[in-house]
Design a protein around this ligand. Structure first.
Ligand SMILES: Nc1ncnc2c1ncn2[C@@H]1O[C@H](COP(=O)(O)OP(=O)(O)O)[C@@H](O)[C@H]1O
Ligand SMILES: [Mg+2]
Length: 232
């Protein structure tokens, strides 16, 4: 496939802290530009490990990851941080919001790292929070928000630097069905803007939206296909 935004080659990750865990084993995959892709598979089988490697949050034990023409796995740490801040938005499984900061400040933090002026940070953070329906919660701290609302702050933060790619780790895992429905609509909108979205999920509703599905079992790729069933 020519139009892949992310590509991996024999991507492997071994954790060795007292005992050896092969979390990911020689995974070769491609994610089409602009697609909504999901990563599925049983718990503990390497999905988060894969997502972290795709987003340059962690280094593989061996193998390669390309983001466009850049081999993420070979760039220096500071360059990698810069690419991450500019191109990749990450929504973590438990949101990872800073508890002492307001919604507005949590979103601003992402832009600070990208060197945006304070005034611009505040304006854009407010705009993004409005967009995800939290215009009345700018000054609220995470413990004053529901799970679904925290999720939306995390999404606003991930979108702060207008990334090309949005990576989400089980975003609907802790949401009730109404919050999940809203999340699906937001994901759809983000994808409609042309951003590539990669979601680790167990949810059939999320999977049903996806144009591209990746199945992981025991750290190995079991399938990498678009929804027309064409194997890649
Ligand atoms: N930081 C880590 N240190 C050691 N082992 C880890 C670490 N992260 C994940 N693992 C192990 O790697 C395997 C895959 O984990 P993970 O990628 O989190 O799976 P999933 O997201 O599919 O539930 C598991 O056996 C897990 O215990
Ligand atoms: Mg996980």
């Amino acid at each position: 496939m020519n139009n892949a935004i992310i590509r991996t080659e024999k991507l492997s990750k071994v954790y060795d802290r007292g005992f050896r865990t092969v979390a990911l084993q020689e995974v070769n995959l491609q994610i089409p530009r602009g697609s909504l892709a999901c990563i599925m598979g049983p718990s503990g089988h390497g999905k988060s490990t894969l997502l972290h490697l795709l987003g340059g949050l962690d280094r593989p034990s061996s193998g390669k990851v390309w983001l466009d023409e850049v081999e993420l796995t070979s760039v220096a740490a500071d360059r990698l941080a810069e690419i991450r801040a500019r191109k990749i938005g990450f929504v973590f499984q438990f949101f990872n919001l800073l508890p002492v900061l307001t919604s507005l400040e949590n979103v601003q933090v992402a832009m600070m790292l990208a060197g945006v002026s304070k005034k611009e940070q505040q304006e854009r953070a407010a705009e993004l929070l409005n967009l995800v329906g939290l215009g009345d919660k700018l000054r609220a701290r995470p413990n004053q928000l529901s799970g679904g609302q925290r999720q939306r702050v995390a999404i606003a933060r991930a979108l702060a630097n207008d990334p090309e790619i949005l990576l989400m780790d089980e975003p609907s895992g802790n949401l009730d069905s109404r919050a999940e429905q809203e999340l699906l609509e937001q994901i759809g909108q983000v994808n409609d803007q042309g951003k590539t979205v990669v979601i680790v999920t167990h949810s059939e509703s999320v999977a049903a939206m996806a144009q591209h599905r990746i199945y992981i079992r025991d750290g190995q790729l079991m399938g990498n296909m678009d929804t027309t069933g064409e194997n890649r």
